[in-house]
Design a protein around this ligand. Sequence first.
Ligand code: HEC
Length: 160
Amino acid sequence: MRIHARPTGGRRIPGDRTPAVVRRLRKSLGFGAPLLAGLLFAAAPAAAQSEHATTLDGVYTAEQAEAGRATYQKVCSGCHTLDWYTGDVVRAWEGGSLFALYEVISTTMPQDNPGSLKRRDYADLLAYILELNGLPAGETPLSTRRSRLNAIRFQFKENR
Ligand code: HEC
């Protein structure tokens, strides 16, 4: 069984203790606490939104999927049929971050030569797998960076 750790985003929300910098600001500017709290947390919703992106949001480009198709034909098709990529083994990754699937592909596949492709090739393959599953393409290419992939949840259009 795999446990997918949720990304924390690295942002620490201050607890109930008022940070010294806020106390100083409050003193020098005469702001009330609620107004200051509002100012401090104004940036939070945007950050939270990007952390909850899913594969329904158009997280790869059509060009990437096309490149992934070529790599699939060259490297993966000997062992996996196209049907297999929309089947239960791949679907089992739903709910995890896209990084989890990226990592398993990029470190264990192709099974006869694991990790032999470029990071970009693995991202393209992942884009192709998303396309095969009917998930939408978008404007921004799928990144190879762990933090970016971690911020995208693997989710399918319809539940079976
Ligand atoms: C030499 C044969 C072989 C090649 C080539 C190969 N695979 Fe696999 N792959 C396997 C086997 C065997 C499994 C385990 C099958 C299963 O769980 O149903 C597997 C599993 C996987 C999984 C599921 C991993 C998991 O643990 O859930 C993915 C995704 C995958 N392969 C993608 C790829 C991609 C992408 C390529 C091309 C870069 C590729 N494979 C090339 C044999 C291969």
